[in-house]
Design a protein around this ligand. Sequence first.
Ligand code: GDP
Length: 197
Amino acid sequence: MDIKSAEFVMSNSDVAKCPKALLPEYAFIGRSNVGKSSLINMLTNKKSLAKTSGRPGKTQLINHFLINKNWHLVDLPGYGYARVSKSSKKTFQKFITQYFGLREQLVSAFVLVDIRHEPQTIDLEFMQWLGENGIPFSIVFTKADKLKPQAIENHVVAYKTILLETWEDMPNYFITSATNDIGKDAVLNYIDELNGN
Ligand code: GDP
């Protein structure tokens, strides 16, 4: 899929106020600093469509972007800040639960994980929760430029091993690097396919 246009639509802290249009929607989510903004900017050919936040965890907004005038890319807040309080963790959970519960337009989520790390509990728990709630998702491994191919393979296998303890199949996954423009076509073509093209 070629990206012909990518426009910011709105930011919301209230799921009920998100766009009403029944356009197919794809949500990007992951830990803070995982490379979500960079990935979104790579996918949309924009330098700063998604803003890299200087104060991670402070703003919890749902950002809608209209792509090619026919689907929404959604930038969800990052999770897993070491420094936020228990009450803001709870607020975050409620917010995310509402988003995934209410957005009937959502076709699939993309859960971003940094390829350099061993599987992290917080990501695994989040994927588990998506699975239990019947929310389709793919995994997007980020920052692939930081590792050699063998190390990438090892980390993917580590994820597979853990996820297959619970699930019958490994979710669809993508290896990406915003720095080296890796994985862009694979993600966009996958979305195109889900959009029925
Ligand atoms: P976000 O908090 O998840 O939106 O993450 P950002 O996109 O702001 O990226 C966090 C940090 O990781 C920044 O310093 C980026 O320059 C860096 N980063 C993001 N993507 C990549 C990548 O593909 N490769 C490398 N080497 N660094 C990246």
